[in-house]
Write a protein that binds this ligand. Structure first.
Ligand code: NAP
Length: 112
């Protein structure tokens, strides 16, 4: 039986991402936490409705930082491994208390 404990999905404000959130909730054993990421949570009306009805859906905006790879006309200072380690710490403390929060790759919470 497919019964993941926690799932992270990007682009959950619409289309495939939103459908995945909804269908995960319909599983016989839905995940304890669904980290539903999108870049403009305040505009994600459908997703916010789903999250309001299902506390396991944690709507988040995550900034992985400017990674040390060719992107946007330059190479950033953050090794992907460092960003991943910090993001995992955010997920490890992820609860409904983080609903709508915005985190950087350094685990720092930002207002939006
Ligand atoms: N549709 C297809 O037939 C098809 C086929 C093959 C592969 N795919 C891939 O499957 C994925 C989902 O498809 P879909 O049809 O559901 O796509 P979609 O309707 O275009 O939705 C894309 C999602 O990704 C987000 N997104 C786009 N650019 C982003 C960025 N730079 N930073 C953060 N978020 C960004 C969008 O957020 P906003 O609403 O904020 O823009 C939206 O939530 C996409 O990666 C697509 O390339 C789709």
């Amino acid at each position: 039986m497919f019964a993941p404990k926690s799932v992270l999905i990007t682009g959950t404000n619409r289309s495939l991402g939103l459908a995945l959130v909804r269908q995960l909730l319909e599983l016989a054993s839905p995940p304890n936490h669904i980290f539903a990421c999108c870049r403009t949570p305040h505009n994600a009306e459908e997703l916010k409705c789903v999250a309001n009805e299902n506390p396991s859906v944690i709507v988040m905006k995550l900034d992985p930082g400017w990674l040390a790879k060719e992107i946007g006309g330059g190479i950033g200072p953050t090794p992907p491994e460092e960003s991943a380690k910090a993001l995992l710490k955010v997920f490890a403390t992820g609860t409904e208390a983080h609903q709508g929060d915005f985190y950087t790759h350094q685990g720092e919470q930002l207002p939006f």
